[in-house]
Design a protein around this ligand. Structure first.
Ligand code: KG4
Ligand code: ZN
Length: 330
């Protein structure tokens, strides 16, 4: 089954052609990061406008790169949520129009299911598994007994981990998105600022990152008042050490509690080198799968991968009208 997939939930316009949920024939991603950098974060209205300008170009490039035409496509899949509503609408409109014009079935895909299935492109999921989704909008622990069966065990009570990275980056005067740069600078510094490890409660699976973000803000505020400078590398190392302590402790505990065969890490923050290193040194007795960097941040290949299993689970929609799915409604 050859699927044309569309992703436009945030600031990446992406179209991919994926065969049988596994074989990526093309995955074109046009990022708007350089535009949003000027504002210190994603501006939703600007994101929607750029999706409109870029969508048909990205469509053409993805079809050409895969060397296919509409006649070779069996299903059109599109992210229907969660995400920025204006941005989502651009992708949904483009995908529905393409599907309707060429009489191809259409399927809406949940963005978070896409992140989970991004790990199945280069690896093989083994059940039961414990997934940790760490992105700019979500931080969730999801237990999966089988394909398309999701039980959310815990989630963030306030900021998502990627959001905390980006906001701390902004406090330190780093360009948007802060995540990748904090990860890089953390490797040049030491954990000297003694920041809190929020929600390291041994019994709970929920997360919280806004207190940690405030703790960084307090240190910066008091240093400024005293005329002291912040050692940016050490602050990045301290913040990252705190985040990694929490993430790795939680996933380790959840995986052991549920006796899973595999741990799956996905979402933009799964690109974090410190997280990858810490996971491999801390958890030795359970297989860990993490997508390669290109499939960690938003891309349409993951939507094509998820669409294949979503289709097998519930079949394609045929009315070309999709409704917005809420964040936790897998
Ligand atoms: O999954 P994603 O592309 O978009 C959402 O669905 O949110 O994730 C983007 C997030 C941003 O917050 C970005 O700072 C973070 O992923 N990120 C990282 C790294 N690379 C991207 N965070 C920490 N370390 C990284 N290396
Ligand atoms: Zn995402």
């Amino acid at each position: 089954m050859r699927i044309l997939a569309v992703e436009s939930s945030c600031d990446e316009t992406s179209v991919a052609i994926v065969e049988d949920g596994k074989k990526v024939l093309s995955n074109v991603v046009l990022s708007q990061i350089d535009i949003h950098k000027n504002y210190g974060g994603v501006v939703p209205e600007i994101a929607s406008r750029h999706h409109i300008e870029n969508m048909t170009i990205v469509f053409d490039q993805a079809l050409k790169a895969a060397n296919v035409t509409e006649k070779d496509i069996d299903l059109v899949a599109v992210t229907e949520g969660p995400g920025l509503i204006g941005s989502l609408l651009v992708g949904i409109n483009a995908a529905s129009t393409y599907a309707f014009a060429h009489n191809i079935p259409l399927m809406g895909v949940n963005h978070m299911v896409g992140h989970i299935y991004s790990a199945n492109i280069e690896h093989e999921m083994k059940f039961p598994l414990m997934a940790m989704l760490v992105s700019g909008g979500h931080t969730e622990l999801v237990y999966m007994k089988d394909h398309m069966q999701f039980e959310i065990l815990g989630e963030t009570l306030d900021d998502a981990v990627g959001e905390a990275y980006d906001k701390v980056g902004r406090m330190l005067g780093l360009p948007y998105p802060g995540g990748p740069l904090i990860d890089k600078l953390a490797h040049l510094g030491q954990d000297t600022y003694n920041l809190p490890r929020p929600m390291l409660d041994p019994n709970g699976y929920d997360f919280s990152f806004s207190g940690l973000k405030s703790a960084v803000n307090n240190v910066i505020y008091h240093a400024n008042r005293k005329g002291e400078t912040i050692d940016i590398n050490n602050m990045c190392a301290s913040f990252q050490a705190s985040v990694l302590d929490v993430l790795v402790t939680k996933i380790d505990k959840a995986a052991k509690d549920y006796q899973v065969k595999q741990i799956l890490i996905a979402g933009g923050v799964a690109a974090n080198k410190g997280l990858r290193e810490r996971l491999s040194t801390t958890i030795k007795d359970i297989e860990i799968i993490i997508p390669s960097m290109a499939y960690c941040t938003d891309n349409a290949a993951m939507i094509g991968a998820a669409a294949y299993y979503t289709y097998k689970d519930k079949g394609a929609l045929d009315n070309y009208i999709l409704g917005g799915q809420s964040s936790l409604d897998y």
